[in-house]
Design a protein. Structure first.
Length: 245
Protein backbone atom coordinates (compact mmCIF):
# COMPACT_ATOMS: atom_id res chain seq x y z
CA UNK A 1 0.00 0.00 0.00
CA UNK A 2 1.38 3.48 -0.87
CA UNK A 3 2.33 5.62 2.12
CA UNK A 4 0.51 8.56 0.48
CA UNK A 5 -2.54 8.51 -1.76
CA UNK A 6 -4.72 11.34 -3.10
CA UNK A 7 -7.84 10.35 -4.98
CA UNK A 8 -9.93 12.67 -7.21
CA UNK A 9 -9.10 15.81 -5.20
CA UNK A 10 -11.03 18.94 -6.13
CA UNK A 11 -10.56 22.43 -4.69
CA UNK A 12 -12.53 25.46 -5.86
CA UNK A 13 -12.58 29.14 -4.89
CA UNK A 14 -15.07 31.90 -5.49
CA UNK A 15 -13.57 34.96 -7.15
CA UNK A 16 -16.09 37.72 -7.64
CA UNK A 17 -18.84 36.06 -9.72
CA UNK A 18 -16.65 33.22 -11.01
CA UNK A 19 -15.69 29.83 -9.62
CA UNK A 20 -11.99 29.02 -9.94
CA UNK A 21 -11.01 25.34 -9.91
CA UNK A 22 -7.52 25.36 -8.38
CA UNK A 23 -7.24 21.56 -8.18
CA UNK A 24 -9.20 19.57 -10.74
CA UNK A 25 -9.78 15.85 -10.00
CA UNK A 26 -6.16 15.13 -9.08
CA UNK A 27 -5.05 11.64 -8.06
CA UNK A 28 -1.55 10.64 -6.96
CA UNK A 29 0.08 7.66 -5.25
CA UNK A 30 3.52 7.90 -3.62
CA UNK A 31 5.48 4.90 -2.37
CA UNK A 32 7.30 4.74 0.95
CA UNK A 33 10.71 6.42 0.63
CA UNK A 34 9.98 7.92 -2.79
CA UNK A 35 10.90 11.48 -3.82
CA UNK A 36 8.19 13.03 -6.00
CA UNK A 37 8.47 16.54 -7.43
CA UNK A 38 5.60 18.61 -8.80
CA UNK A 39 6.47 21.40 -11.23
CA UNK A 40 4.27 23.99 -12.89
CA UNK A 41 3.81 27.68 -13.53
CA UNK A 42 2.73 30.11 -10.83
CA UNK A 43 -1.01 29.80 -10.30
CA UNK A 44 -1.19 26.27 -11.71
CA UNK A 45 -2.53 24.88 -8.42
CA UNK A 46 0.54 22.97 -7.28
CA UNK A 47 0.95 24.70 -3.88
CA UNK A 48 -2.77 24.44 -3.16
CA UNK A 49 -2.62 20.73 -3.89
CA UNK A 50 0.45 20.29 -1.65
CA UNK A 51 -1.29 22.09 1.23
CA UNK A 52 -4.26 19.75 0.83
CA UNK A 53 -1.93 16.74 0.76
CA UNK A 54 -0.36 17.86 4.03
CA UNK A 55 -3.68 18.51 5.74
CA UNK A 56 -3.13 22.26 5.90
CA UNK A 57 -6.16 22.91 3.72
CA UNK A 58 -9.39 21.02 3.12
CA UNK A 59 -10.44 19.81 -0.32
CA UNK A 60 -14.02 20.21 -1.54
CA UNK A 61 -14.08 16.65 -2.79
CA UNK A 62 -11.88 13.55 -2.78
CA UNK A 63 -9.67 11.81 -0.26
CA UNK A 64 -6.11 12.20 0.98
CA UNK A 65 -4.63 9.23 2.83
CA UNK A 66 -1.34 8.93 4.70
CA UNK A 67 -0.55 5.46 6.05
CA UNK A 68 -4.12 4.53 5.07
CA UNK A 69 -5.65 7.29 7.24
CA UNK A 70 -7.99 9.69 5.42
CA UNK A 71 -7.13 13.26 6.44
CA UNK A 72 -10.44 14.53 5.05
CA UNK A 73 -12.39 12.55 7.65
CA UNK A 74 -10.41 13.81 10.65
CA UNK A 75 -11.53 16.52 13.03
CA UNK A 76 -9.28 19.50 13.72
CA UNK A 77 -7.64 18.10 16.86
CA UNK A 78 -7.19 14.61 15.44
CA UNK A 79 -5.69 16.03 12.24
CA UNK A 80 -3.30 18.25 14.18
CA UNK A 81 -2.11 15.30 16.25
CA UNK A 82 -1.72 13.08 13.19
CA UNK A 83 0.29 15.71 11.31
CA UNK A 84 2.57 16.18 14.32
CA UNK A 85 3.27 12.46 14.49
CA UNK A 86 3.72 11.58 10.84
CA UNK A 87 4.32 14.64 8.64
CA UNK A 88 6.60 17.63 8.29
CA UNK A 89 6.19 20.76 6.17
CA UNK A 90 8.79 23.18 4.79
CA UNK A 91 7.34 26.52 3.74
CA UNK A 92 8.78 28.69 0.99
CA UNK A 93 8.97 31.75 3.26
CA UNK A 94 10.29 29.88 6.30
CA UNK A 95 7.42 30.99 8.59
CA UNK A 96 9.78 31.28 11.55
CA UNK A 97 8.54 33.07 14.68
CA UNK A 98 10.62 36.28 14.77
CA UNK A 99 10.71 36.54 18.59
CA UNK A 100 12.04 32.98 18.98
CA UNK A 101 15.65 31.91 18.59
CA UNK A 102 16.64 29.37 15.96
CA UNK A 103 16.63 26.61 18.59
CA UNK A 104 13.21 27.60 19.93
CA UNK A 105 11.79 27.60 16.39
CA UNK A 106 13.21 24.14 15.74
CA UNK A 107 11.66 22.74 18.93
CA UNK A 108 8.11 24.09 18.37
CA UNK A 109 6.78 20.75 16.99
CA UNK A 110 8.06 18.90 20.06
CA UNK A 111 5.97 21.15 22.30
CA UNK A 112 2.85 20.79 20.16
CA UNK A 113 3.16 17.03 19.62
CA UNK A 114 5.82 15.19 21.58
CA UNK A 115 6.64 11.54 20.93
CA UNK A 116 7.16 10.11 24.40
CA UNK A 117 9.42 7.20 23.41
CA UNK A 118 11.57 9.33 21.10
CA UNK A 119 15.09 10.49 22.05
CA UNK A 120 14.94 14.13 20.93
CA UNK A 121 18.32 15.23 22.23
CA UNK A 122 20.21 12.73 20.09
CA UNK A 123 18.24 13.57 16.95
CA UNK A 124 18.52 17.31 17.58
CA UNK A 125 22.33 17.09 17.78
CA UNK A 126 22.38 15.14 14.52
CA UNK A 127 20.17 17.67 12.73
CA UNK A 128 22.13 20.66 14.00
CA UNK A 129 25.40 19.11 12.87
CA UNK A 130 24.03 18.02 9.51
CA UNK A 131 22.51 21.44 8.79
CA UNK A 132 25.47 23.47 10.03
CA UNK A 133 23.51 25.37 12.68
CA UNK A 134 25.69 24.79 15.74
CA UNK A 135 26.82 28.42 16.04
CA UNK A 136 23.42 29.94 15.14
CA UNK A 137 21.07 28.34 17.66
CA UNK A 138 20.75 31.41 19.90
CA UNK A 139 20.25 33.84 17.01
CA UNK A 140 16.89 35.35 16.08
CA UNK A 141 15.64 34.84 12.50
CA UNK A 142 16.46 38.47 11.68
CA UNK A 143 20.10 37.71 12.51
CA UNK A 144 20.27 34.82 10.05
CA UNK A 145 20.81 34.76 6.29
CA UNK A 146 18.11 33.42 3.98
CA UNK A 147 19.92 30.12 3.64
CA UNK A 148 20.34 29.80 7.41
CA UNK A 149 16.65 30.56 7.98
CA UNK A 150 15.74 27.81 5.52
CA UNK A 151 18.01 25.38 7.37
CA UNK A 152 16.19 26.22 10.59
CA UNK A 153 12.87 25.60 8.82
CA UNK A 154 14.17 22.24 7.58
CA UNK A 155 15.29 21.27 11.08
CA UNK A 156 11.89 22.25 12.47
CA UNK A 157 10.18 20.09 9.83
CA UNK A 158 12.42 17.12 10.65
CA UNK A 159 12.64 17.29 14.44
CA UNK A 160 9.74 14.86 14.96
CA UNK A 161 11.20 12.44 12.39
CA UNK A 162 8.18 12.61 10.03
CA UNK A 163 7.50 9.72 7.71
CA UNK A 164 6.28 12.09 4.98
CA UNK A 165 7.95 15.44 4.34
CA UNK A 166 6.18 18.10 2.27
CA UNK A 167 8.21 20.96 0.82
CA UNK A 168 6.63 24.00 -0.88
CA UNK A 169 9.23 25.72 -3.08
CA UNK A 170 11.94 25.20 -0.41
CA UNK A 171 14.57 26.83 -2.65
CA UNK A 172 12.31 29.43 -4.27
CA UNK A 173 13.74 32.44 -2.42
CA UNK A 174 17.38 31.34 -2.61
CA UNK A 175 20.17 31.97 -5.10
CA UNK A 176 21.58 29.06 -7.10
CA UNK A 177 24.35 28.25 -4.63
CA UNK A 178 22.08 28.24 -1.60
CA UNK A 179 19.35 26.38 -3.52
CA UNK A 180 21.76 23.58 -4.42
CA UNK A 181 22.97 23.49 -0.82
CA UNK A 182 19.43 23.17 0.57
CA UNK A 183 18.61 20.42 -1.94
CA UNK A 184 21.73 18.50 -0.94
CA UNK A 185 20.72 18.81 2.72
CA UNK A 186 17.21 17.54 2.00
CA UNK A 187 18.55 14.58 0.06
CA UNK A 188 21.05 13.81 2.82
CA UNK A 189 18.47 13.98 5.60
CA UNK A 190 16.01 11.96 3.51
CA UNK A 191 18.62 9.24 3.12
CA UNK A 192 19.86 9.24 6.70
CA UNK A 193 16.49 9.62 8.45
CA UNK A 194 14.40 7.87 5.81
CA UNK A 195 11.41 9.86 4.59
CA UNK A 196 9.03 10.09 1.71
CA UNK A 197 9.48 13.52 0.10
CA UNK A 198 6.79 15.36 -1.86
CA UNK A 199 8.10 18.68 -3.18
CA UNK A 200 6.60 21.51 -5.20
CA UNK A 201 9.14 23.50 -7.21
CA UNK A 202 9.36 25.74 -10.28
CA UNK A 203 13.02 24.75 -10.69
CA UNK A 204 13.47 21.81 -13.08
CA UNK A 205 17.12 21.51 -11.99
CA UNK A 206 15.90 20.71 -8.49
CA UNK A 207 13.09 18.47 -9.73
CA UNK A 208 15.50 16.35 -11.78
CA UNK A 209 16.75 14.75 -8.56
CA UNK A 210 13.30 13.26 -7.86
CA UNK A 211 12.32 9.67 -8.60
CA UNK A 212 9.29 10.93 -10.51
CA UNK A 213 8.24 14.37 -11.75
CA UNK A 214 4.65 15.49 -12.24
CA UNK A 215 3.47 18.68 -13.90
CA UNK A 216 0.53 20.77 -12.74
CA UNK A 217 -1.34 22.81 -15.35
CA UNK A 218 -4.65 24.59 -14.75
CA UNK A 219 -5.34 22.42 -11.74
CA UNK A 220 -4.67 19.12 -13.50
CA UNK A 221 -1.74 16.81 -12.74
CA UNK A 222 0.06 14.62 -15.26
CA UNK A 223 3.20 12.50 -15.23
CA UNK A 224 6.14 14.44 -16.67
CA UNK A 225 9.03 12.03 -16.05
CA UNK A 226 8.79 8.43 -14.90
CA UNK A 227 11.14 6.45 -12.63
CA UNK A 228 13.08 5.08 -15.59
CA UNK A 229 13.89 8.56 -16.92
CA UNK A 230 11.17 8.51 -19.57
CA UNK A 231 9.60 11.91 -20.27
CA UNK A 232 6.03 12.35 -21.44
CA UNK A 233 4.93 15.29 -23.56
CA UNK A 234 1.40 14.88 -22.25
CA UNK A 235 -0.90 12.09 -21.17
CA UNK A 236 -1.99 11.35 -24.75
CA UNK A 237 1.37 11.48 -26.51
CA UNK A 238 4.11 8.90 -26.83
CA UNK A 239 6.74 8.85 -24.11
CA UNK A 240 10.19 10.23 -24.96
CA UNK A 241 13.33 8.90 -23.34
CA UNK A 242 15.72 11.42 -21.77
CA UNK A 243 18.47 10.48 -24.19
CA UNK A 244 16.33 11.65 -27.12
CA UNK A 245 15.46 15.05 -25.67
Amino acid sequence: MPIFEADTVIKQYRQYDATITAVNRVSLKVEDGEFVAIIGASGSGKSTFLHICAGLEKADYGSVKIRGNDLMKMGKDELSRFRGLYTGFIFQKHNLIPQFTALENILIPTVMCRKESYRYEEHLKKLISMLGLSDRLNHLPSELSGGQQQRVAIARALINRPQVLFADEPTGNLDRENADEVLALLLETKKSIGQTLLMVTHDLTIAEHADRIFKMDNGKLRLFRDRDGTYRRNSDEEAVSKSKM
